[in-house]
Design a protein around this ligand. Structure first.
Ligand code: MG
Ligand code: MG
Length: 272
């Protein structure tokens, strides 16, 4: 367990290294799922692939049993934004699926999400996915030691707004992460910069914009989990877990630690 500073869990470098091991399992699992997505596969089959890969990597799926959640991934299709329950639903060409995945290694968590097109999707959906993923990276790239949590929020929102007339979910936000999947602070995907806790070494955050082609408002289905858009518009969700070192940002759930995406944004890579 890390030391806690005003409710924030501050990890040691050794604990961050353990989080990197969890993050790599998550990143590898998501890449396996990305390559498995196709018309005709069910979300339950994707869940089984994920659970097998997580467990064979010596990790534990953090979603499974979390407040009773039955899957190892969240599988959210089309107008489902987050928290979709994997099951019998069969993907068809033209669908879009958001896959959220978490794993635990030696008590330390990683949490990440991708949205994947099934075959060909409308150009506006491809643009939504691109804008959402870019916004996540802009948020991470903006984070600096000594800055504030909402610097990230502001960068995410600013990029999304610059890309189109999209809805940004406000009811669901990013979060601190470490010895638990969800820790303080909240990391909203909107708002003014310069607020919230200071960004310090040893803090780990999950940045996860959830963006729609229409409304920011959502409804939870009768399964008590699946979050859909209130207007039926389609959505995208990208997430990474990252930390800051004195050298720069280290994206713990990215296979390359975020090095290539950060370099493209002119930001130093902080990983080891
Ligand atoms: Mg997640
Ligand atoms: Mg998360």
């Amino acid at each position: 367990m890390g030391l806690r500073d005003r409710g924030l869990e501050i990890k040691t470098p050794a604990q961050i290294a353990d989080m990197r091991r969890a993050g790599l399992v998550v990143g590898q699992t998501l890449e396996l799922l990305r390559s498995s997505v196709r018309g005709g596969i069910s979300t339950g089959e994707l869940d089984a692939i994920a659970e097998d890969n997580i467990r064979s990597s010596g990790a534990t799926p953090s979603f499974k049993g979390y407040h009773g959640f039955p899957g190892s991934i969240c599988a959210s299709v089309n107008d489902e934004v987050v928290h979709g329950i994997p099951g019998d639903r069969v993907l068809a060409d033209g669908d879009v699926i958001s896959i959220d995945c978490g794993a635990i290694v030696d008590g330390w968590h990683g949490d990440a999400a991708i949205t994947v097109a099934v075959g060909d999707v409308p150009a506006e959906v491809t643009e939504l996915m691109r804008a959402t993923e870019e916004a996540m990276w802009r948020g991470i790239a903006t984070a600096r030691l000594g800055g504030r949590v909402t610097d990230i929020s502001h960068a995410v929102e600013t990029h999304v707004r610059s890309q189109g007339d999209y809805g940004i979910l406000e009811d669901y936000v990013g979060h601190g992460i470490g010895s638990q999947m969800h820790l303080p602070p909240n990391v909203p995907n909107f708002g003014r910069p310069g607020r919230g806790p200071k960004l310090v070494e040893g803090l780990a955050l999950a940045v996860e914009p959830m963006v729609t082609l229409g409304s920011k408002d959502t409804v939870v289905l009768d399964d008590d989990w699946t979050v859909i858009t209130s207007d039926g518009s389609w959505a995208a969700h990208f997430e990474h877990t990252f930390t800051l070192t004195p050298r720069g940002a280290w994206v713990l759930t990215a296979l390359d630690g975020g090095a290539s995406a950060l370099a493209a944004l002119g930001v130093p890579y902080g990983g080891s």
